[in-house]
Design a protein around this ligand. Structure first.
Ligand code: C2E
Ligand code: CA
Ligand code: CA
Length: 711
C-alpha cells in the first residue's frame, strides 16, 4: 500500500519532512512546522512525479519553484536549502528503482527549473509590491499638489508623515524641502540634502535619458517622469531608488517647483543580486554552478564568426575513497582546495571555472585561439593538482581525468558539448585516469551507444518510449497504397528521437530485441487491423514487420506470432515479416522450419536488403520467401539519368529470376519520379521511398489510401 512508511507515498512524506525541517527556519510563514510540512507534501509529490516523467518538463519544475514563493518561502536561503535538499534526498527517497545516473541528471535539471521558477516568482512578487507603492506615491503626489494650493498645514502633515521620501526643488534644481523619510534614505543628515543642487547627484549608472527627462521637466515640457536611479550617500555608499518627479505649477499653470518621490529599492536590489548569486553559485566552493556555467557556455556557443570554445571536464580520480575513508567533512575540504586551485588556473578574460556537482568541475576558455589555449588550460589544471593537498594533517594526492572538447561556435548546443566532454572524460578515466583526452566524435558515438543507450533500453520498453512510424508500400502498376512497413523509433528523454540503426544492434546484442520485436509486431498488427477496418472495400492494407536474426532463432517465434494475430484479430495474409538476406545465408532446415510454418499459415516472408549479401540466387528456391526487397543501393544507381546500364541489366535479371520463381519484387529507397518510372519499366511490383512518403504516423497511410480509393 502506498500509504505505508515504505511505500512511495511514505517516502515522499519523509522527503517532505526533511525538506520542511531544512527551510522552516528561514520562512516567513505563520504556520507551525508540522503545518508547514503539510504544505510541502503536495510539492514533494510533484517533484517525485517530475523526477519520473517520461519527458522532462521544465515548466513543472518552475511551477514548483513558484509555488514555494507562494508558501512564503521568499528568503533566498530557502531556495538554496531547497536545492540542497532536493540534491541530496530526492533521488534517494523518490528515485524508486530507476536508473541512478539518469535520475541524477534529471534531478539536476529539476533543480535548475525550480531555481528559475523561484526567482521568476519572487521577481513578479517584487514587481507587484512596487506597483502598489508607486500607486500610493501617485496619490501622495496629488495630495501634495492639492495641499500646496489649499492649505499649508495639511501639506506639512502629508509631507512629513509619508513613508516615502519626498523632496521639493525649484526649477534651477536647488532643493528647498525634504521630508524625514528622504533624509533617512540619505544617511540622516538634513544639511547633506537640503540646499544642494539636484544636478550634483549624477551617478555613473545613470542612463542618459534620466537627465534628458529632467531637462524637459524643468523647461515645462513634461509633467512627470519615472526612473530607476542611484545616488551616492554622503558616506559613499549607494542608494538605489525608484524616483518619480512631477512638475508643480501655480494656480495659473506656470511651472514653479519640482516634486520628487523616492522609494528606496537598495535592499531589494541587493536581495535580487544575492538571489541571483546563490542561484548561480555553488554553496560549498563559491564557484559558479552548473546553471551559470550553462549560461556562459551557451553564450560562447552562440558567439559570432571565428569564435571558438574549449572545454575541460574534470572528474577527480578516487574521490569517493577519500569521502568514504576520511568522511564528508574531509571530502568537502578537499573539494574547496581543488576549487581554489582550479580558479587560479583560469584567470584570463574569457576563462571560467565551475563546479557541476560532486567532484566534477569544468573549465571553459573562449576566444579565437582556443585550440592552443585549451591544451594549456588542461596542462595547468593537471599541474595545479599535482601538489598534494593537506587535509586534517594528511597529505592527499589528488588526481583527475579530463575530457577536452574544442571547436567553433555555432555548431553544437551546450548539452551536446557537455555530453561529449563527459564521455571523453570517462575515456580518460578508463585509460587509467590522471590524464586528459581529446574528444573524438566517433568515439563519442560509440561510447554513447555502449554506455548510455544499452543500459537504458529495458527501462525504455517498460516506459513506452518506443513508437512506430509507417512507410507506405505502393503498387507500381496503378499507384495504389498496398500497405506499409513498420519502422520502430525510440523517443529518448534526453537524446530525442533515435533511429533503429542505432539501437536495434544493441537490442540484438542484449536480447531485448525479443520483447521489443514482440511489441512492434503486436502494435503493427493492431494498426493493420484498424486500417483494414476503415477500408473494407479497398482490400486489406498489409503491414510489413522486420524480424531480427535473434527473433528468427527464438523458439517461440511461431507461437508468439500466432498468438498475437489471434488476439488482435488480424488475418495472417495481412502480415509480412521481413528477414534480411544475411540472416538466412547458410540457414539449415531447422532454422527455416519456423518461417516455413508461418508461410504455410499465409504470412508473407520478404527477403530484405536483397543484393547486399552473397546468397546464391539458385538458393532462393529453398527459402519460404514470397517477396524480394531490393536493397536501396540498386535504386541509388538510378538516381541520375540515364541510369547506369549495368545496374539496369542486373535489376532486370533479378526481376526476371524472381518472377520465374513466383516471387514479387519490392524496391526500396525510391526518391524520384524518374526512378519510379524506370523501376516500373523493369517490371518491379511494389515500391517504397521518400518519393511516395517518408515514414510517418499511421494516419498518413490512412489518408493516402483514402485518396487512392476516391481517385
Ligand atoms: P530497412 O528494413 O531496410 O528499412 C528501410 C530504411 O530505409 C528505413 O530506415 C527507411 O526510413 C529508409 N528509407 C525509406 N525510404 C527511403 C528513401 O527514399 N531514401 C532513403 N535514403 N532511405 C529511405 P530506418 O527507419 O532508419 O530503419 C533502418 C533499419 O532498421 C531498417 O532497415 C530495419 O532493418 C531496421 N528496423 C527498423 N524497425 C525495425 C524493427 O521493428 N525491428 C527490427 N528488427 N529492425 C527494424
Ligand atoms: Ca525492412
Ligand atoms: Ca531494407
Amino acid at each position: 500500500m502506498s500509504g505505508e512508511p515504505d511505500g512511495p507515498e511514505g517516502r515522499v512524506r519523509r522527503f517532505a519532512t526533511i525538506w520542511s525541517r531544512a527551510i522552516f527556519p528561514v520562512t516567513a510563514t505563520s504556520l507551525t512546522r508540522p503545518e508547514f510540512e503539510q504544505q510541502l507534501v503536495p510539492l514533494a509529490r510533484r517533484l517525485r512525479t517530475a523526477l519520473h516523467e517520461r519527458i522532462f518538463d521544465a515548466a513543472e519544475g518552475q511551477a514548483i519553484g513558484a509555488a514555494l514563493v507562494g508558501t512564503h518561502c521568499t528568503d533566498p536561503e530557502a531556495l538554496s536549502r531547497t536545492l540542497d535538499c532536493v540534491d541530496a534526498y530526492l533521488v534517494l527517497y523518490c528515485g524508486d528503482d530507476g536508473p541512478r545516473e539518469e535520475l541524477r541528471a534529471r534531478c539536476a535539471r529539476l533543480q535548475h527549473a525550480v531555481a528559475a521558477g523561484f526567482a521568476a516568482a519572487l521577481r513578479e512578487r517584487t514587481l507587484a509590491e512596487q506597483e502598489a507603492i508607486s500607486g500610493a506615491a501617485l496619490s501622495a503626489r496629488s495630495a501634495v499638489a492639492e495641499a500646496l494650493h489649499a492649505s499649508e498645514a495639511r501639506f506639512r502633515a502629508v509631507f512629513h508623515g509619508a513613508a516615502i521620501g519626498i523632496g521639493i526643488a525649484d526649477l534651477t534644481g536647488t532643493v528647498l524641502e525634504v521630508n524625514d523619510a528622504l533624509i533617512r534614505m540619505f544617511g540622516g543628515l538634513e544639511n547633506q540634502v537640503r540646499g544642494r543642487n539636484v544636478a550634483e547627484w549624477t551617478h555613473p549608472d545613470d542612463s542618459p535619458h534620466v537627465w534628458k527627462l529632467y531637462e524637459e521637466l524643468v523647461r515645462g515640457e513634461r509633467e512627470h517622469y519615472r526612473v530607476e536611479k542611484a545616488f551616492y550617500r554622503p558616506d559613499g555608499t549607494v542608494l538605489w531608488t525608484n524616483l518619480t518627479v512631477s512638475l508643480l505649477r501655480d494656480a495659473d499653470g506656470v511651472p514653479q517647483y519640482q516634486l520628487a518621490l523616492m522609494e528606496d529599492t537598495t535592499e531589494r536590489r541587493l536581495l535580487n543580486l544575492r538571489l541571483r548569486y546563490e542561484a548561480t553559485h555553488d554553496a560549498l566552493t563559491g564557484l559558479p554552478n552548473r546553471t551559470l556555467f550553462f549560461e556562459r557556455l551557451e553564450k560562447a556557443l552562440a558567439a559570432g564568426d571565428g569564435a571558438r570554445f574549449g572545454l575541460c571536464y574534470l572528474d577527480l580520480d578516487g574521490f569517493k575513497t577519500v569521502n568514504d575513508s576520511l568522511g564528508h567533512a574531509a571530502g568537502d575540504r578537499l573539494l574547496v582546495e581543488v576549487a581554489d586551485r582550479l580558479q587560479s588556473c583560469a584567470t584570463a578574460p574569457g576563462e571560467m571555472v565551475a563546479r557541476l556537482g560532486g567532484d566534477e568541475f569544468v573549465a571553459l576558455t573562449t576566444g579565437r585561439d582556443t585550440e592552443v589555449e585549451v591544451d594549456d588550460l588542461a596542462g595547468r589544471i593537471m599541474h595545479a593538482l599535482s601538489t598534494p593537498i593537506r587535509v586534517e594533517g594528511r597529505e592527499l594526492t589528488v588526481r583527475g581525468s579530463i575530457g577536452i572538447v574544442e571547436g567553433p561556435a555555432g555548431e553544437r548546443g551546450a548539452a551536446e558539448v557537455l555530453r561529449s566532454a563527459d564521455i571523453t572524460m570517462y575515456r580518460a578515466k578508463s585509460a587509467g585516469g590522471n590524464r586528459f583526452e581529446l574528444a573524438d566524435p566517433e568515439a563519442d558515438a560509440r561510447a554513447i551507444t555502449r554506455h548510455g543507450l544499452t543500459t537504458a533500453l529495458p527501462a525504455a520498453l517498460e516506459r513506452g518510449e518506443f513508437f512506430i512510424e509507417y512507410q507506405p508500400l505502393v503498387h507500381l502498376g496503378d499507384g495504389s497504397v498496398r500497405g506499409a512497413e513498420a519502422l520502430v523509433r525510440w523517443l529518448h528523454p534526453q537524446h530525442g528521437i533515435i533511429g533503429p540503426d542505432r539501437f536495434i544492434p544493441l537490442a540484438e546484442h542484449t536480447g531485448l530485441i525479443v520483447p521489443l520485436g514482440r511489441w512492434v509486431l503486436e502494435e503493427s498488427a493492431r494498426q493493420a487491423r484498424t486500417w483494414t477496418a476503415r477500408h473494407k472495400d479497398a482490400g486489406p492494407l498489409r503491414v510489413n514487420v522486420n524480424l531480427s536474426p535473434m527473433q528468427l532463432n527464438h523458439p517461440n517465434l511461431v507461437s508468439d506470432t500466432v498468438e498475437i494475430l489471434e488476439r488482435v484479430g488480424l488475418e495472417p495474409g495481412a502480415l509480412c515479416l521481413e528477414v534480411t538476406e544475411s540472416a538466412l545465408i547458410g540457414a539449415d532446415d531447422d532454422l527455416l522450419k519456423p518461417l516455413r510454418r508461418l508461410a504455410e499459415m499465409g504470412v508473407d516472408i520478404a527477403l530484405d536488403d536483397f543484393g547486399t549479401g552473397y546468397s546464391n540466387l539458385a538458393n532462393l528456391r529453398r527459402l519460404p520467401v514470397s517477396i524480394l526487397k531490393l536493397d536501396r543501393s540498386f535504386t541509388q544507381g538510378m538516381q541520375h539519368f540515364p541510369a547506369d546500364p549495368v545496374d539496369l541489366k542486373i535489376v532486370e535479371g533479378i526481376v526476371a529470376l524472381a518472377h520465374s520463381l513466383d516471387l514479387a519484387v519490392t524496391v526500396e529507397g525510391v526518391e524520384t519520379g524518374a526512378q519510379a518510372d524506370q523501376l516500373r519499366e523493369l517490371g518491379c511490383d511494389t515500391a517504397q521511398g521518400w518519393y511516395y512518403a517518408r515514414p510517418g504516423p499511421p494516419d498518413q497511410l490512412h489518408e493516402l489510401a483514402l485518396a487512392d480509393a476516391t481517385s
